[in-house]
Design a protein. Sequence first.
Length: 163
Amino acid sequence: MRHELITFQKFIIAGLMVGASMGASSANAAEQPPGEGIPDIMAAQSSMMRDASATGNAAQSTWLREIRNSLDAYTVTYPSSNFAPYQTKLNLVGDALSRGDRRAVKVEMGAFFKMLAKRSHGINEGAADELSNFAQMVTPIQEYGIQVPKFGAERYGSEISGS
């Protein structure tokens, strides 16, 4: 998308240059107030920047969509597990992403990982491990500073290896 934006900006600049050279020789050029048409071009660029920003937000939320899709698959695979609280937590993350609230993303994803670590709400142990591993792979953990609790042997590493 960034490449398309740069190409579009080059196209606008080239158009301005051609328009300026043609406008100077045009008979109507003297009739137009100075600077007319520039606000329209500025509005188009502003619109493009908003579109690029919206696309950036969409790209940032791709990881969340992937986790939701994975959670949906686990809901089918492990029907006895209660995934509703996990879906609710991901909805809160989605709301925070749409608002651009980085702190809330950090807090809610941290809580999501903690729920998985504790196997909260009767979730299957295998599903919790698999979902956590996948979510850790796709979530921009460092970008948001998300705390991920340790699982299994990692959690109890000193007790197991120190025997």
